[in-house]
Design a protein around this ligand. Structure first.
Ligand SMILES: Cc1ncc(COP(=O)(O)O)c(C=O)c1O
Length: 340
């Protein structure tokens, strides 16, 4: 594990404005995918020895912000099988912050059940609200918002500082390209749920001068009633928040403007968490040919898009793996062994 991050090497001014603590094992490896002439993978499934996936990068900044503010209790929300809830529960436990997770329905699956068990074993309080609307209203109208020692963490750990975890990730990829570990990808494919991963990568790749075309594969509902939740516009808002933060603190970035890429809607299927045939086929292929486990809600659908992009593209195509691949059996057992 390195003791600093590329974002601070590029922009030392941020050290004074951006609390950070090393939680992740970075950089994550980049590897060619056997049998695919132009396929590459960025192994963010390995961001942590106990529990990988994309949330750990965000939580390096989120948990540090909690600690800098003296937070005692954090609140977040997600689907019943939220991966973000698991990662937040683990990292909050480590930081001594109590976590409440408000959940809404998603199709049940072994992954959902396992994530519920993991959050409980990590000491999180789970409160099931049923619909997304009821969950979001509980989160936004919560009386604890008036307390200084509470912290409200947007779904997917995608709050303004969390997104900087993926700005940093893009700078890390640029370093790997510069070091000759992989060629500059022509296309990079990533799933999009709460938008933070894509927003951060969009900003970071532009800062690094990496010219890859970013394909964000939408895997969540585009709207909640009239509110755009997973759209190009919603990603653009997160990009704008991030660039505003960088303009405020880094004199060299005064003129920074970044455009979010259009989302790819073609792999979403019938709903959030509802498996698609193309996603299921991609999951089987990744397991059999690459020994990389994926799941049906996020990474499987994005992997289906990746396989199509790789077939249609001459140059290198990178799949950004955002799903934990560490054994959750081992993690659950270790937490149960540690329980008083
Ligand atoms: C495995 C996995 N991949 C991708 C995503 C999407 O990332 P983001 O929420 O930053 O759009 C999530 C969570 O939301 C996830 O759990």
């Amino acid at each position: 594990m390195t003791t600093t991050r590329p974002i601070f090497q590029h922009f030392p001014e941020l050290v004074a404005h951006l609390p950070w603590q090393p939680l992740a094992d970075l950089p994550t490896p980049v590897q060619p995918l056997p049998g695919l002439a132009n396929g590459w993978i960025k192994r963010d499934d390995l961001t942590h020895t106990a529990y990988g996936g994309n949330k750990v990068r965000k939580l390096e900044f989120v948990v540090a912000e909690m600690q800098a503010r003296g937070v005692k209790r954090a609140y977040t929300f997600g689907a019943t099988g939220t991966n973000a809830g698991v990662a937040a529960a683990l990292m909050c436990k480590r930081a001594g912050v109590a976590l409440t997770v408000y959940t809404f329905d998603q199709p049940d699956s072994p992954t959902v059940q396992r994530n519920q068990a993991l959050m409980r074993a990590a000491g999180a309080t789970l409160v099931h609200k049923g619909t997304l609307l009821a969950t979001v209203l509980t989160f936004y109208l919560h009386p604890a918002r008036l307390r200084r020692d509470s912290y409200f963490l947007f779904a997917g750990c995608s709050n303004p500082v969390g997104v900087l975890g993926y700005v940093n990730a893009a700078l890390e990829l640029a370093d790997q390209i510069a070091a000759g570990e992989l060629p500059e990808p022509e296309v990079i494919v990533v799933p999009v749920g709460s938008n933070g991963t894509l927003a951060g990568l969009t900003v970071g790749l532009q800062l690094a001068g990496v010219k890859s075309r970013l394909v964000g594969v939408r895997v969540a509902e585009s709207h909640l009633g009239p509110i755009a939740t997973c759209t190009t516009g919603a990603v653009q808002q997160m990009v704008d928040q991030t660039t505003a933060f960088l303009r405020r603190h880094v004199p060299a970035l005064q003129a920074l403007q970044v455009q979010a890429p259009p989302l790819n809607d073609a792999y979403f299927g019938a709903g959030y968490g509802v498996p698609t045939p193309a996603g299921q086929a991609a999951i089987l292929r990744f397991a059999a040919d690459f020994d990389v486990p994926l799941e049906a809600t996020y990474s499987g659908k994005a992997a289906a898009a990746f396989l199509d992009e790789a077939a249609a593209t001459q140059g290198p195509v990178l799949f950004w793996d955002t799903f934990n691949s560490r054994s959750t059996d081992a993690l659950l057992q270790s937490m149960r062994d540690d329980a008083p």
